[in-house]
Design a protein around this ligand. Sequence first.
Ligand code: ADP
Ligand code: MG
Length: 568
Amino acid sequence: MARKKQFKAESKRLLDLMINSIYTHKEIFLRELISNASDAIDKLYYLSLTENRQDVDRDAFEIHLDVDREARTLTIRDNGLGMNKEELEENLGTIAKSGSLAFKQKLEEGEQSDVDIIGQFGVGFYSAFMVAQKVVVTSRKYGEEEAYRWESNASDGYTIEPCEKEGWGSEITLYLKDNTEEENYDEFLAQYEIERLIRKYSDYIRYPIRMEVEEQKRVEEEHADENAEPKYETIIETKTLNSMVPLWKRNKNDITAEEYNSFYKDKFMDFTDPQKVIHFSVEGNVSFTALLFIPGKAPMNYYSQDYKKGLQLYSRGVFIMDKAEDLIPEHFRFVKGLVDSQDLSLNISREMLQHDRQLKVIANRIEKKIKSELLLMLRNEREEYEKFWNNFGLQIKFGVYNDYGMHKDLLQDLLLFYSSHEKKLVTLDEYVARMPEDQKYIYFVSGADVDKIDRMPMVQSVKAKEYEILYLTDNVDEFALQALGNYKEKQFKNISQGDLDLASEEEKKEVEQTAEANKDLLEDIKEALKDKVQDVKISTRLVDDPVCMSSDEGMSFEMEKVLSAMPE
Ligand code: ADP
Ligand code: MG
């Protein structure tokens, strides 16, 4: 009897969490196991190419499904790289440990080009326990003689023992849970259901996914009576369930939103549907197809160092590289997706890519396309755009400010700011279109939030003139406006700074007189606040409030605050 080992303590808890909460649909277990099988074949494929292994027949790669309705088991079999004893232990005994990720990292350290591997989370395998009470993995690693059998019922650990297995690869057998009143697990044994799931989630997997299926075939009888009922017989044949055509190579009009969504989630490891899909082809000097996604939510690590931008790169459907950074500009780094071009050479290396002119052309077209799609969204689906803005607006604002404002012309029409106009988000274009003729500047002011700004004393005086004010609430906002300098020849003006020049000649005269009459009072206040203020003035800035603070031209309060908060 093999000795039973305990899952590492945290693993047990994680496993529970995983099984019960990460996935909302039980059915995705099949997608996860098939992705793993496909990854394992990719690994062997890669090995056979780079090390020229003659014993690997690349045309024989396949993923096979076996259904046993009596025993209520479903088996997913692959002839990929397989796992040895240590790897079974490492990869399946430690939750959230991804062998695929380690494999990829090893390749990256070696400066070799990446392999297209779907797995990275190290949790997909355990989704099997959403439908199975027991999982048995039999695996033999390529190039090794011994095979091992890993077995677990999730709740009390796993066992590993030697076993017999012909050929390399892995075989995962799920012993389905008992049916309950709410849940009928037998559906995962039904041929039509399996076919449906493969079409839905795994259609584009590049290796054939095969299964023995029952087909009704009409029996052609000799000398049959023309009026007789046609006869059928049931035959068993092996059927390939997936089309193996990469999604991006298919006609846009034939692809459903669901196919795009599950492709995105599977390939780019997200649990949320993408907000926007951009699928387009370009013919010309450089021809390519791009399939891009704007995520529905900013990834957890988006604003950290861990986040790596880039698009997957394919040449004629053959995977070259996972994160080609140069394909996507910094200001659109949230975009995920892939590019497939027949004009790139297959053995292109990272170094060469950087200097590749064709790649620059592609990157340029992609940048333009993303911008135009965002503008369309802004014009036609305002709510959607504001959702996008909530997720990634900060990135666009940084984009305006970064690189000495080099990209400001490209990005300025994508900007949104809150404004005194209904306290809603507005574009600069909308602001300028509403400007009364006598308004010279685009006014703005910074503050903690829209409501606080709206109550500021100086806001009242500008509002009294019926001028609109941009309410800046992010640290970067003021820097972005400074980088822009002006918009449609209108300069930006901070209403808490310097002379606003809003008063009429009469008002100015009145202020002068009041100042003259109260000269002593002003002097006294100035004396009292000696170290705290530069000057004390009678102002035309105020409407209902008795006093307000303002700063000189140059750096504003807000910018000073941001800069002094920055690390040296
Ligand atoms: P991920 O796929 O995100 O890495 P999984 O939980 O799906 O995480 O799988 C864990 C690890 O187990 C994989 O990274 C891989 O190393 C290994 N593995 C799973 N299925 C197979 C398989 N069919 N063949 C070889 N290795 C596998
Ligand atoms: Mg996986």
